[in-house]
Design a protein around this ligand. Sequence first.
Ligand code: ASP
Length: 328
Amino acid sequence: MVKALIIHGGAGAWRIRPGVDEAIEAVRKCTGHGWEVLSRTNSALETVIEAVKCMEDSGFLNAGYGSVPNILGERELDAGLMTSTGFMGAVAAVKATRNPILLARIVAERTPHVIIAGENADKLALMHGLPPLPPMPPHVLERYRDSLKRIIGGEQVDNYYEALRKFISDNQLYRELVRSILSVYDTVGATAIDDNGVLAAATSTGGVILKLPGRVGDTPIPGAGFYATSTIACSSTGIGEYIIRTMPCLKLSLEYELSNNMHQALNKVMEHVEKSVGSNTLGFIGVDAKGRVFYAYNTEAMLIGYIRKGEIVVDLKPEPNVNIVHVE
Ligand code: ASP
């Protein structure tokens, strides 16, 4: 049997972000921590939860403590997890819980549901003694202000930000809010396989910066932000609206089951993504039942950490506008 672990700290435009060195260090530390948990417990589920919790606690990745705010400066967090044995839970738009991935586990273990959203999810966290979300770290606040300025100033030119700028300028209330309010981190995820052949995936995020209040992205949606079957476990990152439209994790599991060829399956998924929602939209990581780790993305860069022959490999891969598909 095999053990494998790969984690990500998000896909996107890393070069324009402050705090990149700290983010890379966080991914290195959490890869090592996840591997230690996998070696000690031989549980893929414990491993992905612990690796994601570690990234949520770092403050330098867009999840848990480091989550970026919505357009009103509030944080609304999403997370989801799943194993190849059918264990599955997710939370959406939670505002007061430090570790949404622990709450997703509670949804899976203690409730008859798959997804719980909003303030009642926060109440569930309180009932189970989970720690509250601390105030936003100063560098995240700075990033928020910075992003807002760049959008309003027309410096962010891709479709998502252009649509947001139009929304703000068409709505007096938002125009005024933004005027009165006046940094980039990313989602985190982990996938692992243990010696028993159980595959697990977990993803956690603060969502896309400056999202509208109440917006829920791909992260708590099975097949989109996370997915696990007996053949693959997968965790996605990027613009949630594009991920939900293309379901990369679900599509990958179907393509891989059809062809039994990981390169071909990854390429098919990325072709589908390019055709449906275009480039610079998303990335994902995963493990297969043979213990191989893989990743694919079409964004400017993606931050990943994995274990190769017992050693931690951390990579911030910048390849603007090219599809990168890799199997290790
Ligand atoms: N996929 C996340 C979302 O849209 C954001 C990210 O990956 O950075 O909520």
